[in-house]
Design a protein around this ligand. Structure first.
Ligand code: SF4
Ligand code: SF4
Length: 439
């Protein structure tokens, strides 16, 4: 028989949030885990019921109950589907913090050393990626895969190895300031992220160039930190708050019109700083109020450009593009049209519709490392839907989704389908002086 964990203290979650759910079930068909398992306990309605029952002390937090809650991707697709306005993310996230506290903040080696000790630090991560880059260069990565030597690594490190994209030569570090090109229209700061800065440094450069091209002075503060999503979404509230406050100090809000972010997961976390602080500190003023002011300035790059009025590119890129809706853009930030608008401005781009566009690809932050089986099922489902479009390119505004989709396409032998960020395409179109670039 499974042993119950100590009941979590969920005093921080206003009880009315549970009561917003009227159990209508309209969210179930939007929930990726329910679609895969068909188990009501793996649906939003079922999970809300479980969290409320634990809070009421009608049931104990057994490992089986925790399992259903852990399997949630926090994709927030249920929030889009719910007609009653249930704030599911604001239930599961603080509940996970409470679960972790009630288990004595115990985390396994992978969380301590890799997720919290390596990923939030771009320099450490870059250093750690050095040997992987060399292995790719010498094609040893394929050798260890084909000979089965990869199986000598712990499971989660095997998954990390398989998720690695072809690592590009690194452009120079971004300077602290890049001036607007042409007439100045805005002053912005760029949030560069942690995993994104180590693995998608070229996207940060492309974002900075696109902003400059659109008349923005771009500040890139050196003292900025990881957004804290890795911590908060796995229940580590205190370090997430520390990172939030470091970011708040790093960005001079008086100086800029917006803090620009190009990773959906980070953007959603940065915009949620005020909510997170209220839940963790139980106060509305003080630290919460400061973090709310910071959050109010955060904009996804597509959202910002759409409001600013993007300059139309003249360079042509001939490609059939499948746009992938990242959950933390479409569900958490309600950003759907803006990236499509940017793409459709590029001469030669054809955007093709995708089946189940708003069902998670299984990346979900670190979920694809910690919940291998469900992540693979959702990843294959997404890859099948994307490939069925006949697209030559997949465009995604979230680093985690890009890694996951690339890995799934590789598994299917479809490395020819490039996975790219929308600003990279826009950057290429601005830079393309030649009449046509074909992809
Ligand atoms: S979360 Fe919303 S859609 Fe789902 S059962 Fe509750 S009220 Fe209905
Ligand atoms: S956040 Fe996503 S996985 Fe979790 S219950 Fe809602 S729809 Fe399902």
């Amino acid at each position: 028989m499974s042993t119950p964990e100590k009941q979590p203290s969920t005093a921080e979650i206003p009880y009315e949030r549970f009561l917003d759910c009227v159990h209508c079930g309209l969210c179930t068909s939007a929930c990726p885990t329910y679609l895969e398992t068909g188990n009501e306990n793996d649906s939003p309605r079922g999970r809300i019921y479980l969290m409320r029952a634990v809070t009421d002390e009608r049931i104990e937090l057994t490992p089986a109950v925790s399992r259903h809650l852990d399997l949630c991707l926090d994709c927030r697709s249920c929030e889009t589907a719910c007609p009653s306005g249930v704030q599911y993310g604001r239930l599961i996230e603080p509940f996970r913090v409470s679960m972790r506290q009630s288990s004595g903040n115990n985390q396994d080696w992978f969380h301590r050393w890799i997720l919290y000790g390596l990923f939030p630090y771009p320099r450490r991560l870059r250093w750690a990626l050095g040997p992987a880059k060399l292995m790719q260069l010498l094609k040893l990565d394929r050798l260890i895969e084909s000979t089965g030597l990869i199986k000598l690594l712990p499971q989660r490190l095997q998954r990390m190895q398989r998720l690695l994209p072809p690592l590009k030569p690194r452009e120079p570090d971004l300077p602290e300031f890049l001036p607007a090109i042409g007439e100045k229209r805005a002053t912005v700061a760029l949030f560069t992220g942690c995993v994104a800065e180590a693995m998608f440094h070229h996207v940060n450069w492309a974002t900075a160039r696109v902003l400059q091209h659109n008349g923005c002075d771009v500040h890139i503060p050196k003292s900025q930190a990881c957004c804290g999503a890795i911590h908060y979404h796995s229940g580590a509230g205190e370090p997430a708050m520390e990172l939030a406050e470091q970011n708040q100090r790093a960005f001079d809000l008086e100086q800029v019109d917006a803090v620009i972010v190009n990773v959906a997961g980070c953007g959603s976390m940065l915009k949620d700083y005020g909510h997170m602080a209220a839940e963790l500190t139980g106060e509305e003023g003080g630290r919460t109020a400061s973090l709310k002011s910071f959050a109010a300035k955060v904009k996804d790059v597509s959202e910002f450009l759409a409001t600013l009025g993007p300059i139309t590119p003249t360079g042509q890129i001939s490609a059939k593009v499948a746009y992938h809706d990242a959950c933390h853009l479409c569900h958490a930030q309600q950003i759907r049209q803006q990236p499509r608008q940017l793409l459709s401005m590029i001469p030669g781009i054809e955007i093709v519709p995708v089946e189940e566009p708003e069902i998670c690809c299984g990346a979900a932050g670190s979920y694809n490392l910690t919940e291998a089986e469900m992540s693979d099922r959702l990843g294959q489902r997404k890859a099948k839907n994307l490939l069925a479009t006949g697209a030559t390119m997949v465009v995604s505004g979230n680093a985690g989704c890009s890694l996951q989709i690339q890995a799934m396409l590789r598994q299917q032998g479809r490395e020819d389908v490039a996975v790219i960020h929308p600003v990279e395409l826009l950057d290429r179109a601005y830079q393309a002086n030649s009449p046509s670039v074909t992809h």
